[in-house]
Design a protein around this ligand. Structure first.
Ligand code: V47
Length: 372
């Protein structure tokens, strides 16, 4: 008998979790359906503390979105714009390099670089941008381009995904973010993002990235028209790939923000759903080392509470966020390092500053050192 589980439907799931057994599809659906948030959270916290003790990771990063021009026109997105839209933008390389340097006094250890699918920017344009960033900021890790952008570039260039990834890696890309996964269900994908690569292509692109030595993250977009079954199917597909490659570092659930999107009539997710998404992921993704709470999307307060419901990471200083703010996010655009530290400490966790590969960093005021 496992204590603190009031929902009797969860008791068999709880027994499995406490015995360290892998959860099945039906277990995941039961966790999502259960109103017993404290029970689910208790189990997720148990797994989180077994894996990561009392530590909460954070990093000092900067987001850069070189262009919002996008051919995809996804219903879920308020960021992408057609090229002829007068408010669309595309940075020059010089603007990207200049933007990268803004706020550098906090000694950013990661640039998170993603953008739209621009019909006129070729692979070499991206490679030159990355080479220029590496020349100017050699110590900064480049976490860049989603599987979707890589898929688009490989089609545009008429070369394989592997060759595309290899050229990006040679130009300085160190790892890849988890965006663009949305939800793998074909039924839902056809409605919310029908011009993107499909779920299998996302998985196969990630597999190739991992095989050539690029670590990546994974995300899931929830809180739109997907079902609980769709969410668990998505998590199980990620778990299967992770069994194969071990290339995922962290999983980040992303709550759908409807404002300014074609699905603006939909309600925002609740705090209950956001915490549940963290906790269920921690329980299903038994082979993922980390689960990250993205405060931009879930607010700093919920991201803090999430540290007791399965998350062991908070992203990040961010500095300048566009994708969620175009979709109506009311959160700030950045947090200072000190604010993140306080947020974590007040959740009773021990803050650990990390680089993108989860190595500890130590720092003085203006610089950081990666510890072995
Ligand atoms: O790819 C787009 C999603 C992603 C909306 O890997 C939307 O460390 C909600 O991937 N409402 C970008 N979501 C964010 C992302 C991310 C964030 C933080 C860390 C990491 C990481 C990755 O946001 C997009 C898409 O999946 N998105 N529009 C929207 N209206």
């Amino acid at each position: 008998m496992v204590p603190r589980i009031s929902d009797k439907n969860l008791r068999p799931v709880a027994e499995k979790v406490m015995a360290g057994e892998r959860l099945a599809f039906d277990d995941g659906v039961a966790l999502y359906r259960s109103p017993d948030l404290l029970g689910v959270g208790y189990l997720a916290n148990h797994v989180r503390e077994k894996l990561n003790g009392n530590e909460t990771y954070f990093n000092v990063n900067r987001h850069i979105n070189p262009t919002d021009v996008c051919v995809a026109a996804c219903k879920l997105c308020a960021f992408g714009k057609q090229k002829r839209n007068p408010s669309a933008y595309t940075m020059s390389h010089e603007q990207v390099w200049h933007t990268a340097g803004l706020g550098y006094s906090e000694a950013v250890s990661e640039f998170h670089i993603v953008g739209g699918l621009h019909p006129e920017l070729d692979l070499e344009w991206y490679c030159r941008m990355f080479r220029g960033l590496k020349e100017r900021f050699p110590a900064v890790h480049l976490k860049a381009l989603t599987m979707v952008e890589v898929g688009y570039l490989s089609r545009r260039e008429n070369i394989s995904v592997r060759e595309t990834l290899e050229r990006l890696k040679q130009s300085g890309v160190d790892s890849m973010p988890g965006g663009g996964a949305e939800i793998f269900s074909e039924r839902v994908r056809r409605i919310i993002c029908d011009h993107k690569i499909d779920g299998d292509e996302w998985i196969e692109t990630a597999r190739t990235a991992h095989r050539i030595g690029l670590k990546s993250n994974a995300t899931m977009l929830y809180g739109h028209i997907e079902t609980e079954e769709d969410r668990i199917d998505h998590l199980i597909r990620l778990r299967a790939l992770q069994d194969d490659t071990g290339g995922f570092q962290t999983y980040i659930p992303l709550a759908f923000h409807p404002e300014n999107t074609p699905m603006r009539h939909m309600p925002m997710t609740s705090g209950f759903q956001d915490i549940k998404a963290i906790a269920v992921a921690r329980l299903m993704l038994d082979n993922f080392p980390h689960v990250k709470a993205y405060w931009i999307m879930m607010t700093p307060k919920i991201a803090q509470v999430a540290q007791r419901f399965g998350a062991d990471d908070i992203d990040g200083t961010v500095v300048e966020e566009k994708i969620y703010h175009d979709a109506g996010a009311q959160t700030a655009q950045s947090l200072r390092r000190g604010q993140l530290l306080r947020l974590i400490e007040r959740a009773g966790r021990e803050p650990v500053e990390r680089d993108t590969l989860y190595r500890r960093v130590s720092r003085d005021e203006a610089a950081f050192t990666v510890l072995a």
